[in-house]
Design a protein around this ligand. Sequence first.
Ligand code: ZN
Length: 274
Amino acid sequence: MRDWIGLPRRGAAILALTGAVAVASCAPAITTEQEVQLGAQYAAEINRQLPIVQNPQVHYYINQLGNTIARQADPRGIQYTFYVVNAPQVNAFAVPGGFIYINRGLIERSNNLSELAGVLGHEIGHVVHRHGIEQMQRMQRAELGVNLAYILLGRAPTGVEQVGLQLGAGAYFARHSREAEREADMVAINYLIASGIHPQGLVSMFEHLLAERQRTPSTVEQWFSTHPLSEERMHDIQAAINQLPQAQLSNLARDSQAYQEFRQRVRQLPAAPR
Ligand code: ZN
């Protein structure tokens, strides 16, 4: 294990616990293999349409950090891929199968490792608990969505383009129920602790975004339209953290030199395309 973010290894018991929860909550009609295959097709289409940051150091860091958390989180052992999108708005979303997109605007607004890790943990939670797949199945039942069978048969995802991308990929995959949001928050706390990262960043990141919504609503509108975030949700996360034994939290990382260098590098990227 590399120590590039300087994190202590810990939390086998927590890992076992979150793994059990994840397995119990999904009686899959779609296998993991199918989910990854499907997700890869969505991701390929999204990558053609969104301005993905190609900087190798930026890509490397977000994938190292994200996979450090995902290894503690997802009992299925799938390889996650994280993409930084060159867009100034705050947004993040997860595609089934472990493809996670984070806007540059969100990274630039995070102040420390634990804030960015909090968002990654939340998005990983959506993948582990298959919220995106459920979302797709709901849309399919409502005959608004694509026929999954077509995609699983390996045909061109034209329906995905019509439905997912017309709505905007982010909007499509990030639009979860309040219950799904809450579940992703709560499991993210466990993932972060298991990864050696303090979960307080989940709360403080949301505080920044709520404050920004007061000042300049347009810059965070995309995020709030797809992530039903309220003061109440933030308080619930804080209450869950407050219940944890202090000894469990005391050695967790809140920040690192590598994270600060990463954020600096993101800030220096060429301007986002119009
Ligand atoms: Zn969410």
